[in-house]
Write a new protein. Structure first.
Length: 83
């Protein structure tokens, strides 16, 4: 069985001049059936936001999907909370 990296990625996009304050969280989670779900949470900072999970057959596919999501969000101006 492959070890699943459960590193959670927290991104934010804050642009005061445009009244933008958003968050985006991505995390891989193992499922009960041996698959791996990539759980995404997003919304305006200060709200509960929304969530969605997409299931992948193994950790390698999930890691690839997570990396693609991170690249797309960084292109849109999201940065990690420590940046």
């Amino acid at each position: 069985m492959t070890e699943i990296d459960t590193t959670h990625l927290d991104l934010v996009r804050i642009v005061p001049s445009e009244n933008i304050a958003r968050f985006y969280g991505i995390a891989p989670q193992p499922t009960l059936f041996g698959d791996v779900a990539v759980v995404r949470c997003w919304g305006r900072i200060g709200t509960r936001g929304r969530a969605m999970a997409v299931t992948y057959p193994n950790a390698e596919h999930a890691a690839h999907a997570l990396a693609d999501l991170e690249i797309k969000k960084r292109r849109r101006g999201y940065v990690t909370t420590s940046d």
